[in-house]
Design a binder for this molecule. Structure first.
Ligand code: FPP
Length: 234
């Protein structure tokens, strides 16, 4: 099987998973967290080098205060211990997104897990938190403007490849982009990095998107003919 180097997952459907089971939405997020841990370990074992996940978008701040604060507390719990196995199995954790207006305790927990896993080499778990794809492109453009003004890069040296170095993390493009939970949209997720991603939409709600579901998405990816804009010659 052809294993994608970089997989992105829009982890959608936690709320509906819970509601359909007569549970609170928060139970869905808890279940989603457990699924993410399993998927990160499985992806690493398969040889995936980067897994980028959408944990919280800039627009998710529009949710109720109760849900936002539950999610932030849950994320802290994950960064402070619940991701222990992920850290111990050699996975390096990095974050993409804006700091403002994240709570201080969330930022501290993020810094701690980054520091703790910085020398891990097996693969990277890139957690998109307070993240927006358009915001990332705007933020990169502002950094580029500064670098041009300061003579660090010349305007004519800017290419679509070196633009990527100005994004929140300098990662290779996404090969396989998965969205769980029935919706068929990108919702502002890693727009620049997904330029040639194969997209896999699946109805399964994220908490049920377990190892065999990831295998199926990789099988789908393996069967794609990736031409990157050229024409097949054989
Ligand atoms: C989308 O489902 C999911 C989220 C906004 C949160 C994702 C968070 C986790 C999986 C928790 C753990 C994460 C980490 C990084 C440890 P939704 O609430 O939009 O579901 P709905 O569309 O059914 O309402």
């Amino acid at each position: 099987m052809n294993i994608p180097n970089h997989i992105g997952i829009i982890m959608d459907g936690n709320g509906r998973w819970a509601t359909e089971r007569g549970k609170k939405r928060s139970e869905g997020h808890k279940a989603g967290g457990k699924t993410l841990e399993k998927l990160a370990l499985h992806a690493k074992n398969l040889g995936v080098k980067i897994l980028s996940v959408y944990a919280f978008s800039t627009d998710n701040f529009k949710r109720s205060d109760e849900e936002v604060s539950f999610l932030m507390d849950l994320l802290i719990q994950y960064f402070n211990g619940k991701l222990n196995r992920v850290c111990e199995e050699g996975i390096k954790i990095v974050f993409s997104g804006r700091k403002e207006p994240l709570r201080k305790d969330v930022l501290e927990a993020m810094e701690n897990i980054v520091e703790r896993t910085k020398d891990n080499k097996e693969c990277i778990l890139n957690i998109c938190l307070n993240y927006g794809g358009q915001e990332e492109i705007v933020d990169a453009s502002l950094k580029i403007a500064d670098d041009i003004n300061n003579g660090i890069i010349k305007k004519e040296e800017l290419t679509r490849e070196n633009f990527m170095k100005y994004l929140y993390q300098d990662l290779p493009p996404i090969d396989l982009l998965i969205r769980t939970g029935k919706e068929h949209r990108l919702s502002n997720f890693m727009l620049y990095q997904s330029f040639y991603a194969e997209i896999y939409f699946v109805d399964t709600y994220f908490p049920d998107f377990l190892e065999t579901e990831l295998d199926k998405s990789i099988e789908y990816f393996s069967n794609r003919d990736r031409r990157f804009g050229s024409v097949k010659t054989n």
